[in-house]
Design a protein around this ligand. Structure first.
Ligand SMILES: C[S@@+](CC[C@H](N)C(=O)[O-])C[C@H]1O[C@@H](n2cnc3c(N)ncnc32)[C@H](O)[C@@H]1O
Length: 312
């Protein structure tokens, strides 16, 4: 496989510490053929898999153009065994079609955002940094968080914050956000945080900032994260060869619930991890971001032949 875009000479800077790399590497020990990494990011997992398993090749995707650029650069030493394309999960089937790739040996996804995206104030994902209320992983398309807030009614906004942020004060928060918008005081991430604090007060509960859940909910809505995950799981079900491996790392209980439900279909999947794996104590120490990571791994079963069907 080759990358179509020209390579950069200067390595693009990209800061992200991959989680559960050893566990991911072990999960794909039996994989063969082409493995899709649906969340290339800085290519930490992709490069670990290529280095550990010489028999596989990797087709990596990311919706973020900067991640695609960084991953292409990092994977350069693997030559034709690695290819990186820009796409969202729901576009991967058509990309495979275009590349003439049939069934797969594995599908990997490490959901959510990278540290690089969080640390880039211009992306507007962090309540710690002043930036525009954007939140898109791919800044070239789709609605920004500010546009979303303006489009939704106060009740719809509250529903988003309640469902995706699991935030009990969602009604009060939505009211304060809409008030800030109406009075021209909602342009930046810090304005959004101020609106949340106006609704619930500045108290940090368990060291967690009061705006955490609202930011998470809006980011997930802006990027359609749950819908995208549903389409990724459907794609893995259809495209994995019998014996193919699916490994998904999630950071949010709603995501983990979707993965758990998918892998619980015993006629389709053999669960390799009946309970999700979490980061080791040593990794938690080294990389606090691994705290909420949950890894589930399953093997695609061969379709059961209907009784009496001709085996030839
Ligand atoms: C946690 S990072 C992945 C890090 C990567 N595994 C590594 O080791 O460097 C998640 C990445 O997935 C991408 N992403 C999230 N949702 C996506 C989607 N629906 N389609 C494509 N990429 C997505 C984000 O842009 C981000 O770069």
């Amino acid at each position: 496989m080759t990358n179509s875009a020209p390579m950069l000479e200067t390595p693009p800077s990209f800061h992200h510490v991959s989680v559960m790399v050893e566990e991911i590497t072990r999960a794909f020990a039996t994989a063969q053929g082409v493995v899709v990494d649906a969340t290339a990011g800085g290519a930490g997992h992709t490069s670990a898999l290529l280095a550990a398993h010489p028999g596989i090749s990797l087709l990596a995707f990311d919706r973020d153009p900067r991640a695609v650029e960084a991953a292409r650069h990092r994977l350069r030493p693997f030559g034709a065994r690695a290819r990186v394309e820009q796409a969202v999960f729901s576009e991967i089937p058509e990309r495979l079609e275009a590349l003439g790739i049939g069934s797969l040996g594995g599908v990997l996804a490490d959901l959510g955002v990278s540290s690089e995206q969080l640390a880039d104030a211009e992306r507007g994902m962090s309540f710690r940094l002043e930036g525009p209320l954007d939140m898109r992983m791919d800044p070239t398309r789709g609605e920004t968080a500010l546009e979303l807030i303006a489009r939704l009614s106060q009740d719809e906004l509250a529903d988003v914050i309640y469902e995706l942020g699991e935030e009990r004060a969602s009604r009060r928060i939505a009211r304060c956000i809409k008030q800030a918008l109406a009075s021209g005081e909602l342009e930046t991430t810090l304005d959004l945080r101020r609106a949340v604090v106006r609704a619930v007060g500045p108290r940090r509960i368990g060291g967690v900032d009061p705006a955490t859940r609202t930011f998470q909910a809006l980011r997930m809505k802006v990027n359609g994260e749950l819908e995208e995950l549903r389409s990724l799981l459907a794609f893995a079900r259809v495209r994995l060869a019998p014996g193919g491996i699916a490994a998904i790392i999630s950071f949010h209980s709603l995501e983990d619930r979707l993965v758990k439900r998918e892998f619980s279909q015993r006629d389709l999947w053999e669960r390799i991890t009946p309970k999700p794996l979490t980061a080791s104590a040593e990794e938690l120490e080294r990389n606090p971001r691994s705290r909420s990571a949950k890894l589930r791994v399953a093997r695609r079963r061969a379709p059961v032949r209907p009784e009496g069907a001709d085996a030839t």
